[in-house]
Design a protein around this ligand. Structure first.
Ligand code: PHE
Ligand code: ZN
Length: 882
């Protein structure tokens, strides 16, 4: 195939498969260079396909064909043909038949980490999206559901543990050899992307969970020997997830055993293979001295996410890859709800919106923008995006808001009964929402089809004489690549009117009915809502709880916002009011810096933050979030054109400095008073206290670098857990003080044997906010601990640099962009998936000021011109340049 003119696949071209595969028997003999796979397939023509009489085209990649037989009879050379992507059987029987295919593949040569590969000596597989075709020839598409049975054979010394999906039905030694085997059978039909097998020298920890119907499920977590003591938190997380899915959605686990395997080489976070989840070990392993509070909460959330896929993804899967958000958006929504229930709902909502704004908004605003359900792709791996995942979750959340809690639950029940065991579409899912509620969701469906973040502007007016309050909402959906004309969307806007006493007023709409929980439904381009009996001027609280993933501009004054910060009953909007003020102040500071004019003291804002700190009702994590100013990315998203990242950074730092000075004594007191003594616990309350200390420390350091470095060094020395160590280093890394390198060295000396902690060491250094950062990153790429085979290590250093070091990556001379281009080209040869993801870090370059924009475009062009580019990278780079 000519990879420089790859084929685009369109949703509108979907056709059912020509054949059905009901059963798969695999016979696998593990060998590092030549693993033998014999597939025994029960195939029949698909009655629902017009192509069922035609040839059978199987997908295959990097395979060596050894033998092929139909109904036991070996095929002659002319009966089939192969390319590097396909195996075609020209005239398959027009009735059910068996197909035997023997192939060889090389796990050792598999640097892409897709298909069967070796992770630090452990055989493991990754089949989503299209990795199964690298194990055997198959109809590698999610709407082909088969029952799998696998026999794995291996040297006992090399792979004493052999695992696959489902239940172990046989195992034993092979007499007279050092070999053994295991046979696994999965009773549930599944698409091949959920297939998994693992072999290696693994230890496990075991526990059990008794389901709501009284079945006892064995739970096992497999890790490299010696790491068993780091599995406790992950195990607790599995049990919490299982209980939650029963209680929140009535969903019970369906096999007798649930297994997780932790591996160190993995392209993504984790994978929901039926009964045998494979995890990036950074989302499994945790002890107080090796994992931060954020690691603990990530582990809990990702374990939950993969577990929840058992129903949303596995029992009901996707018809085709365009429907990816059917499983991902819904499962992210479910894991968010889980975390909200086991932690603080308000905090979780704020964190999720921060993630959405940091990752999805920029994607939606740039050349890589695409709908939650894309309509075309070149390489599906490029669509595991924040839009599909995070915005996809927001869309499900909005339907829940529109339907209300109990109707939404009924709609979910309907979805589970109607589509269990099937491969479904977004239309099917939304139809369930609509059938259960009686609501017409056809306009709502545009959320799946139109890319771009809708912009909502709000005008308000209070008429004293008639006691009416008028809100005029206007929406605009911006133009995105391939979508010049946008239609208005159906937007649920949660509102409150806060009276002068700080309490919510009773809402009574003139003419229309207000939806439960004070939701305004905006459907037209512009709509006016009139509230009756409003006796005094309220302050409107708009889009409470971030009810819709939109950008809001309002005519609220600083005074209004300070009032909301102090009084809004909706905690999300209390935080949001602070963010809006913060953003306005940063923008103002930038203007003043540019004009060389003095910057006013942010007294009112600092006073409001101090009040929040003193608030006895609010929890510590919420306070820490209040203390975090809007990110540089948030400010860049607002500016949208001619962005100068260095100026944003300077403006934000200057504001931090002023706030830090104004709040100095309070912050000092926080930092001193909230120190936790006693053993570490990852619970949200303790984690919140630590986060608040770190936020206080960061502001103190912004106010006075020397004092900050001294305090942070003390914080680092006193640390009794990884959260405090990393918290201190995170502050030090921002400062050009001698303590920084001293602490980094001590950290490395202490932790160099723990690869997850070495990853953090690389990530910290990638964040130094100077235009020379690219140089430091380049020299770290030559560090003996850097490893081009490890996606985690690459992401730690280079991914962190490109996404979290705006000043360094966007150095005005283009050095950051050139560094990224070099890395992408090098990596494209060994791991195109990870290369393409890194290449997507250019996603916002079009919004930059001219000089930087041209440097970035040149770097992108230099990638595109390289010969032999992968489809993955080609697609990202060519779309970026369009
Ligand atoms: N399906 C995985 C998840 O979101 C992500 C993944 C995609 C992992 C592709 C590996 C490969 O849970
Ligand atoms: Zn997922």
């Amino acid at each position: 195939m000519n990879k420089n003119s790859p084929k685009t696949i369109h949703l509108k071209d979907y056709t059912p498969p020509s054949h059905v595969i009901d059963r798969v028997g695999l016979d696998v003999t593990f060998h590092a260079e030549e693993t033998a796979v014999s597939a025994h397939l029960a195939v029949r023509p698909n009655p629902d396909s017009p192509a069922s009489e035609g040839p059978l085209e199987l997908d295959g990649e990097s395979l060596r064909l050894v033998r092929i037989a139909v109904d036991g009879k070996e095929l002659a050379k002319g009966d089939y043909s192969t390319t590097d992507q396909k195996l075609t059987i020209h005239h398959p029987p027009a009735r059910p038949f068996t197909l035997d295919i023997s192939t060889l593949c090389s796990p050792k040569a598999n640097t892409e980490l897709s298909g069967l590969y070796l992770s630090n000596g452990i055989y493991c597989t990754q089949c989503e999206a299209e990795g199964f075709r690298r194990i055997t020839y198959f109809l590698d598409r999610p709407d082909v559901l088969a029952r799998f049975r696998v026999r794995i054979e291996a040297e006992k010394s090399e792979a004493p543990v052999l695992l696959a999906n489902g239940n172990l039905i046989d195992s034993g030694d092979i007499a007279g050899t050092g070999r053994h085997f295991a046979v696994w059978e999965d009773p549930f039909p599944k698409p091949c992307y959920l297939f998994a097998m693992v072999g290696g020298n693994l230890a496990f920890v075991e526990d059990s969970f008794t389901t709501m119907s009284g079945r006892k499920i064995a739970l096992r977590i497999y890790v490299e020997p010696g790491k068993e003591d780091r599995c406790g938190w992950a195990m607790e997380s599995i049990k919490k997830s299982m209980a939650w899915d029963e209680q929140a959605f009535g969903r019970e686990y369906d096999l007798d055993i649930f297994m997780i395997v932790a591996v160190s080489m993995f392209n993504m976070g984790a994978m929901e293979n039926k009964g045998l989840n494979v995890f990036n070990d950074k989302y499994v392993l945790a002890l107080p001295d090796s994992a931060t509070d954020t690691d603990y909460s990530n582990i809990e959330a990702i374990i939950a996410h993969e577990y929840f896929h058992n129903w949303t993804g596995n029992r009901i899967t996707c018809r085709d890859w365009f429907q990816l958000c059917l499983k991902e958006g819904l499962t992210v929504f479910r894991d968010q709800e889980f975390s909200s229930d086991v932690r603080s709902r308000a905090v979780k909502r704020i964190q999720d919106v921060r993630t959405l704004r940091a990752q999805q908004f920029p994607e939606d605003a740039g050349p890589l923008a695409h709908p939650v359900r894309p309509s075309s792709y070149i390489e599906i791996n490029n669509f595991y995006t924040a839009t599909v995942y995070e915005k996809g979750a927001e869309v499900v959340r909005m339907m829940k808001t529109l339907l209300g809690e109990s109707v939404f639950r009924k709609a979910m029940d309907l979805y589970f009964t109607r589509y269990d065991g099937q491969a479904a579409t977004i239309e099917d899912f939304v139809q369930c929402m609509s059938d259960a509620s009686g609501r017409n969701l056809s306009q709502f469906f545009r959320w799946y089809e139109q890319a771009g973040t809708p912009e909502l502007s709000v005008k308000s007016q209070w008429d004293k004489r008639s006691k009416t309050y008028v809100l005029k909402l206007t929406q605009r959906v911006p133009t995105t690549p391939g979508q010049p004309d946008k239609q208005p969307q159906h937007i649920p806007v949660a509102v409150g009117l806060v009276g002068p006493n700080g309490h919510d007023m009773a809402l009574e709409l003139d003419g229309e009915e207000l939806l439960h929980e004070s939701i305004l439904e905006l459907k037209a381009k512009s709509q006016t809502f009139r509230f009756k009996n409003i006796g005094s001027r309220p302050v409107p609280s708009i889009n409470r709880g971030f009810s819709a993933p939109v950008k809001v501009t309002s005519d609220l004054t600083q005074k209004d916002l300070l009032f909301l910060m102090a009084h809004d009953s909706d905690p999300f909007n209390r935080w949001e009011a602070g963010q809006i003020i913060g953003k306005r102040l940063i923008l103002d500071t930038m203007t003043k810096i540019k004009a060389r004019r003095p910057v006013a003291e942010p007294k009112a804002y600092a006073a409001a933050l101090s009040e929040t700190l003193a608030d006895r009702q609010a929890d510590a994590q919420f306070k820490a979030l209040m203390l975090n100013l809007p990110t540089e990315q948030d400010v860049a998203s607002d500016i949208a054109r001619n962005v100068d990242p260095q100026l944003i950074h300077n403006g934000r730092e200057r504001l931090k400095q002023r706030i830090g000075r104004l709040m100095h004594s309070r912050l000092m007191q926080r930092w001193n008073a909230t120190k936790i003594t006693g053993p570490y616990s990852p619970d949200p309350a303790s984690a919140g206290k630590r986060a608040l200390r770190h936020a206080s420390l960061a502001l103190l350091a912004a106010a006075d670098a020397k004092e900050g470095a001294r305090l942070a060094m003390r914080h680092f020395r006193d640390a009794r857990n990884m959260s405090d160590e990393i918290g201190a280093l995170g502050v030090l890394i921002q400062l050009e003080e001698p303590e920084r390198d001293e602490a980094l060295q001590q950290y490395l000396d202490r932790h160099e044997d723990d690869h997850l902690l070495v990853d953090k060491w690389f990530a910290l250094q990638a964040q130094m906010p100077t235009p020379e950062a690219a140089e430091r990153v380049r020299s770290l790429m030559k560090h003996p601990r850097f490893n081009w085979q490890s996606p985690n290590r690459i992401r730690s250093l280079i991914g962190t640099f490109a996404t979290f070091n705006s000043v360094g990556f966007n150095a005005p001379d283009g050095a950051g962009y050139r560094l990224l281009a070099d890395v992408v080209l090098r990596l494209d040869k060994s791991n195109p998936q990870v290369a393409a993801r890194l290449a997507a870090s250019f996603r916002s370059y079009k919004a930059l000021e001219g000089k930087r924009r041209r440097h970035a475009a040149n770097a992108l062009k230099s990638i595109l011109e390289a010969p032999g580019l992968s489809r993955d990278t080609y697609e990202i780079v060519s779309r970026s340049l369009q």
